[in-house]
Ligand binder design. Structure first.
Ligand SMILES: Cc1cc2nc3c(=O)[nH]c(=O)nc-3n(C[C@H](O)[C@H](O)[C@H](O)COP(=O)(O)OP(=O)(O)OC[C@H]3O[C@@H](n4cnc5c(N)ncnc54)[C@H](O)[C@@H]3O)c2cc1C
Length: 375
């Protein structure tokens, strides 16, 4: 039987970064993935790093997003140094373009909302936005510049995190599906795999949208997959610097001149088909935002499964089983929230206290008995 200090179920960006952080703290860590690590949502994402809320329901996430954003430059530097791999971090800001006829009013509401949440945002007239990004459509009426936002090549980052983790002593086990948490009375003693048990003082469930399929986890992490279709475009005639947003689409430039466009949000179980309707939706909104994209080459299309929770907020922290922590449900912000997730889990495991309040994201909020005692 394998004996570890920490057993991590799931080798996506979240599980990998937690493993890296804990190995750096001197613990013996193993990561168990049912397939090849880093091939699910962390591969499929767009890599936008934006703490701005996408809807009123995600406002409680803003402080965590800001804390993670603040950690990003040092996280990237450490991962690049340890792995020897570049992760395509682009701290170039975001432009949110408005098409509405009452764009001026919409813009002032948007700016006020951001400032109220302590997020930097500057109003731009349409002509100033187009001076910054000539690719923007002539129909854009106004825009907001969020200068502190960034993007990262999440595929490169995930591979680099895994490599950094290996170099820091983490043992990574591809093709090791976790069947169940290993429960002993009021404690979690590790993980149960097919025909094998792994003993660990600490067990971390970070299996993305699949977490709820691990026996014993569903009460804490009732996550479900939210499919997102994406595509990569390439155009030699087009230079895009910032991440561009509109109400319908985002465009994310990479250092290799690819422009990612996405994404749909669909609840269709674990289906990952790229559909004609999905492609049509993405392309028409992308061309509406940056018309020159009509001449771009379509290089790749794909779909991935975001881990969504019932309230669309992450599920982070200890459970009522001693030694069991959950780190999933990051939905549309898992790439952004990786550094803070890894930091908070490390703080809890090594000191049993955390530097950023994570009570709001407790896995116990879904457990009826616990919910009753806290309300
Ligand atoms: C189209 C799309 C666009 C996105 N864009 C962004 C963005 O711009 N910015 C942002 O911040 N976030 C974005 N996200 C969200 C982000 O990608 C996810 O929140 C994040 O990658 C989740 O990481 P994870 O490690 O929890 O899950 P995953 O990357 O899905 O990893 C889970 C891992 O667990 C493994 N696993 C599953 N079940 C088991 C088991 N039983 N035993 C062992 N291993 C198991 C899987 O094989 C997988 O490797 C996007 C997601 C999608 C799909």
């Amino acid at each position: 039987m394998k004996k570890l200090d920490v057993a991590v179920a799931g080798g996506g960006l979240i599980g990998g970064a937690i493993a890296l952080e804990l190995a750096q703290a001197g613990l013996r860590v193993g990561v168990f993935d049912q397939g090849q690590p880093g091939c699910e949502a962390s591969w499929a994402g767009a890599g936008i790093l934006s703490p701005a809320p996408e809807s009123p329901g995600t406002i409680p996430l803003v402080p965590l997003g800001k804390a993670s954003m603040a950690l990003y430059p040092e996280f990237v530097a450490a991962v690049e140094e340890l792995s020897g791999q570049s992760v395509g971090f682009r701290p170039k800001g975001t432009i949110d373009a408005l098409f509405a006829r009452d764009a001026a009013r919409e813009l002032s509401t948007l700016i006020a909302l951001h400032h109220g949440l302590g997020l930097k945002a500057e109003p731009l007239r349409a002509e100033d936005a187009r001076e910054l990004e000539p690719a923007l459509s002539a129909d854009v009426e106004a825009a907001a510049l969020r200068p502190d936002e960034a993007s990262v090549d999440n595929r490169a980052l995930t591979q680099a995190v895994m490599q950094a983790a290996r170099k820091s002593g983490v043992e990574i086990f591809p093709g090791h599906a976790v069947k169940a948490i290993w429960r002993e009375g009021a404690s979690c003693a590790g993980l149960a795999l097919q025909g094998e048990k792994v003993s660990a003082k600490w067990t971390i469930v970070a299996a993305g949208c699949f977490s709820s399929s691990i026996e014993g986890v569903k009460p804490y992490a009732p996550v479900r997959p939210a499919k997102g279709q994406m595509m990569a475009l390439r155009s030699d005639a087009l230079e895009i610097e910032h991440v561009l947003w509109s109400e319908k689409i985002y465009l994310v430039p990479r250092n290799d001149r690819r422009i990612l466009a996405g994404a749909t949000v669909e609840y269709l179980g674990f289906n990952k088909d790229v559909t004609a309707g999905g492609v049509q939706k993405i392309l028409s909104a992308a061309i509406e935002l940056a018309p020159e994209l009509a001449n771009a080459k379509v290089e790749e299309t794909w779909a991935g499964l975001r881990p969504d929770s019932p309230d669309h907020l992450p599920i982070l922290g200890p459970t009522d089983l001693e030694g069991l922590l959950i780190a999933t449900g990051h939905f549309r912000s898992g790439i952004l929230l990786t550094p803070i997730t890894a930091r908070l889990v490390r703080e809890w495991v090594t000191q049993q206290r955390v530097s950023v309040d994570w009570e709001r994201f407790s896995p116990l909020r879904f457990v009826p008995a616990c919910r009753e005692t806290t309300t």
